[in-house]
Design a protein around this ligand. Structure first.
Ligand code: SAM
Length: 281
């Protein structure tokens, strides 16, 4: 029987301190070490629940080295809980390197379910939940941000982003530039906290709301964007045309058309003929 300890991944509240499970509290009490993103920040949660377990930092800047130290401890039979500043570790938070290394070392990893801003926001958004994509934080650079927002057109899914207060206005302004009026946005702000707010509308309406009062731009945000798929059967989206064009630079048109058709569920002939037209342009 293995004498190694267990790594527990423990979600913590995203605002409301009561949103922690009794199993999570039990594990935080029982483990030998709590690896926390910011030990001072997590100290407030731990002291609120009178948890005295020793803490060690594990953040983006020390994760590789710290992971090796913690793996040694797991191999010695110690148990460890991984927490982040808020919500589920690894979800736009540190922990991936550590968990991957634990898996490679065949150590026992147990994840607890719990608070996460993206699932909390999505479940109350009223937007389609059957297919969704989580993209974390958008890039800061305008061009990269614009490229991602434009690529959402006709996706037929809900896409979820996290955003910080200092960038929320800029990001919604970019949405107003790159999205269309039939793209529905839901902004979830300060989830589980006293001033929790959901705002619905197109980008211009959300921008007007943010500008109406500086207080509206303060807090933590989840942005959800639903872009209906308005393509008719046989229509070729700008993304499919872009793929066809770049593949056709490297491959015979027949092959480029076949790959693009497979990727976008389109007819090979349509793409082949379009490719001939594009060549003629
Ligand atoms: N691991 C966390 C989770 O499970 O959701 C996310 C950590 S990420 C560094 C922090 C971002 O999550 C914030 O900038 C915000 O976009 C989102 N977030 C966290 N708490 C939130 C809350 N109470 N309300 C709205 N968004 C929140």
């Amino acid at each position: 029987m293995s004498m190694s300890g267990t790594l527990f991944i423990v979600p913590t509240p995203i605002g409301n301190l009561s949103d922690i499970s009794s199993r999570a509290l039990q594990i935080l009490n029982d483990v030998d070490i709590i690896a926390a993103e910011d030990t001072r920040h997590s100290g407030r949660l731990l002291s609120h629940y009178a948890i005295q377990t020793a803490t060690l930092s594990l953040h983006d800047h020390n994760e590789s080295a710290r992971a090796q130290q913690l793996i040694e401890k797991l191999k010695q039979g110690k148990s460890i809980a991984l927490i982040s500043d808020a919500g589920t570790p690894l979800i736009s938070d540190p922990g991936y390197v550590f968990v991957r290394e634990c898996r490679l070392a065949k150590l026992h990893v147990v994840a607890l379910p719990g608070p996460c801003a993206l699932t909390t926001a999505l479940s109350a958004s009223g937007l389609p939940t059957d297919r969704f994509t989580f993209r974390g934080f958008l890039p800061i650079k305008q061009m990269a941000k614009g490229d991602i927002l434009q690529s959402l057109s006709n996706s037929g899914t809900t896409t979820i982003f996290y955003e910080a207060p200092r960038r929320i206005r800029d990001t919604i302004e970019a949405c107003s530039k790159y999205l269309q009026t039939n793209h529905q946005i839901v902004l979830a702000k300060e989830l589980t906290k006293t001033f929790e707010t959901f705002k619905y509308g197109c980008a211009d309406e959300i921008l007007a709301w943010l500008d109406a009062d500086p207080v509206h731009q303060k807090g933590e945000f989840v942005i959800m964007i639903y872009c209906p798929n308005n393509l008719q059967k046989g229509d070729v989206s700008p993304e499919a045309i872009a793929l066809l064009k770049s593949l056709a630079e490297e491959l015979p048109l027949k092959k480029a058309a076949a790959i693009t058709a497979k990727h976008y569920g389109l007819k090979k002939n349509t793409l082949y003929n379009l490719g001939l037209d594009l060549k003629g342009d």
